[in-house]
Design a protein around this ligand. Structure first.
Ligand code: PEP
Ligand code: MG
Length: 585
């Protein structure tokens, strides 16, 4: 009997495959398939790692002082025994031979199997032995770090889907290689950064399925319906048949959309609309260009910094990345955001004070984004110098996240001036940049008269604007039903921001360019409403761009403007729903 579970749909499409269960703590090791025929070489890597750890443990034992407690030697003996235990030695090699998992993945997969069987034990003493196995696997993983595997194999047989309690955004990034065809997590919200990365991978994903990682077993056949937030475990052949048909249909309609790639984004009444791409890494420019994006509206540079522990990218590395994007986009505008680290995107450093663990009670209200950059001006200027240098190679705009205070605005410009002066003093070429502010907190909307005086452009981060306006944690599935981009307060703030940017024409001599780069911009169901509110620039994941363009091509802004005003005037759900239905045409 099929088991059905509901969660929050975060990335559309259908995936059908065998479940791979992973504990969140183990997701940060490399995951790839080894090439066919290279399985024994990979098993040799495991063997070599075991030999290295055995020598390490022997050396530890030999160095024990004569008066060391007897338990210490016994403890090391247990670890040596575990190293050769068939559950570790033989079964791990089996993951490599049967599934062609790389050594690190094989080890963590087997560790998950062992951990589950320990968790089911009644005997508390035996249950605690799980920690010993974990320590041995940790040592093996460290030993493997010194040896290089050979990625490049492809999965044979059925597709794989990942089921985990949670997936950190930085861990999600490594799945860009395409090992998994779908994702299911127990926790998370629609605009959590994990969901955002899943959308950027364009792979079906459902989050907030609560018990998924407990109820789904390894190798269960799973259907992920990313359109409706449904996960079906062990489906009947008739259900599989139905979903295979849907999958085929949705692939066909995507291919049809591809024909719009080079069509200018212009509404029926001739309004030009700018459709830009959001990216996380320079490599994403390929997808941006493939979707016909007019430029980059948001490069989330913090992804260059995550999982780097003590080794943060220096000026040259950042410069190479930013210049790479500017050059790849061939003269199209590129908007690069200074790091938005913190909250659900920690550095993940190890004991350097930039702890991966969130230790503050309210990390979303804590040291994040521009606050973080200003708390470490030397680090901030490294990024600003890299950006100013990259600007010499093409049009580059700097975007500042989560501003609220005038002090932050002034300090940001001071740091930018300092960075420019440092480069000039060194005789380094500097390009012209425009500087923009993100509107992500309601307080920033009320500060617009000041922001518009100083900044060249505005970008509305609706993911955070919804979160901070409604006091709803965007990553918390237990309040996900209250996370409502159509809440009248959110729409008022959006509308006011767009209107004030346009009205700057009267006192600044020009309108201030305004764009939305939060997830609302990529939702085709909201395109008409945003157009009706006067928005003409949208930035989203490349995978969403052509669906939004299709809506733009069918829209008539002159007709939509009064309808959008009618939506704005409604504070009750029923009349608002009616007004929205009129907008949908
Ligand atoms: C936003 O908040 O809408 C945004 C684009 O920034 P991020 O999702 O990275 O917080
Ligand atoms: Mg944000």
């Amino acid at each position: 009997m099929a088991l059905q579970m509901f969660g929050i749909p975060v990335s559309r499409g259908v995936a059908i495959g065998r479940a791979v269960l992973m504990s969140s703590a183990r997701l940060d090791v490399a995951h790839y398939f080894v090439e066919r025929g290279r399985e024994e070489a990979e098993v040799d890597r495991l063997r070599a790692a075991r030999a290295a750890v055995r020598s390490e443990l022997q050396a530890l034992q030999a160095e024990l002082p004569a008066d060391a407690p007897a338990e210490m030697a016994a403890f090391i003996d247990v670890h040596k025994m575990l190293l050769d235990d068939p559950q570790i030695a033989r079964e791990t090699a089996n993951w490599v031979r049967r599934r062609r998992y790389n050594a690190e993945w094989a080890l963590t997969a087997q560790l998950d199997v062992i951990a589950r069987s320990f968790d089911e034990m009644d005997d508390a003493y035996l249950r605690e032995r799980k920690a010993d196995v974990e320590q041995v696997v940790e040592r093996l993983l460290r030993a493997l770090r010194g040896t290089q595997g050979l990625p490049g194999g492809t999965q044979n047989g059925e597709d794989l889907v990942l089921v985990a309690h949670d997936i950190a955004p930085a861990d999600m990034m490594q799945f860009k290689q395409g090992v998994f065809r779908g994702f299911v997590t127990d926790i998370g919200g629609k605009t959590s950064h994990t969901a955002i990365v899943a959308r950027s991978l364009d792979i079906p994903a459902v989050v907030g399925v609560r018990e998924a990682s407990r109820l789904v077993r390894h190798d269960d056949r799973v259907i992920i319906d990313g359109d409706h937030g449904l996960v079906i475990v062990d489906p009947s052949p008739a259900i599989v048949e139905d979903y295979l048909r849907r999958k085929h249909d949705s692939e066909q309609s995507r291919q049809r959309l591809q024909q719009l790639r080079d069509t200018p984004a212009r509404t029926l009444d001739g309004q030009q609309v700018e459709l830009l791409a959001n990216i996380e890494l320079p490599e994403d420019c390929r997808a941006a260009l493939g979707s016909g994006a007019a430029g980059i509206g948001l490069f989330r540079t913090e992804f260059l910094f995550m999982k780097r522990a003590r080794d943060l990218p220096d000026e040259q590395e950042q410069f190479d990345a930013y210049r790479g994007v500017v050059q790849a986009m061939g003269g199209r505008p590129v908007t690069i955001r200074t790091i938005d680290i913190g909250a659900d995107k920690p550095f993940d450093g190890e004991g350097d004070g930039r702890d991966g663990e969130i230790t503050h009670l309210n990390p979303a209200l804590g040291l994040r984004a521009i606050r973080y950059s200003l708390s470490d001006p030397a680090m901030f200027r490294v990024q600003l110098r890299a950006l100013l240098r990259a600007a010499a190679f093409g049009p580059l705009r700097i975007l500042v996240p989560m501003l609220a205070h005038s002090r932050e605005l002034h300090q940001t410009f001071e740091q930018l001036e300092l960075a420019r002066a440092e480069l000039r003093a060194a005789g380094t070429e500097v390009g012209p940049v425009e500087v923009g502010a993100m509107i992500e907190v309601p307080g920033a909307v009320l500060m617009l008269p000041l922001f518009l005086r100083y900044f060249d452009f505005i970008s509305i981060g609706t993911n955070d604007l919804v979160q901070y306006t409604l006091a709803i944690d965007r990553a918390d599935e237990s309040v996900a039903d209250l996370y409502d981009p159509l809440h009248p307060a959110v729409l008022q703030l959006l509308s006011q921001t767009i209107a004030q940017c346009h009205a700057a024409r009267q006192w600044k001599g020009r309108a201030v360019h305004v764009s939305v780069c939060g997830e609302m911009a990529g939702d085709p169901q909201l395109t008409r409403l945003l157009l009706g509110l006067g928005l003409r620039s949208f930035s989203m994941h490349p995978a969403q761009l052509l669906s939004v363009k299709q809506e733009v091509l069918r829209a008539d802004c002159a007709r939509l403007a009064p309808l959008a005003q009618a939506v704005l005037a409604e504070f009750e759900p029923q009349p608002q729903a009616r007004a929205l239905a009129a907008l949908a045409g």
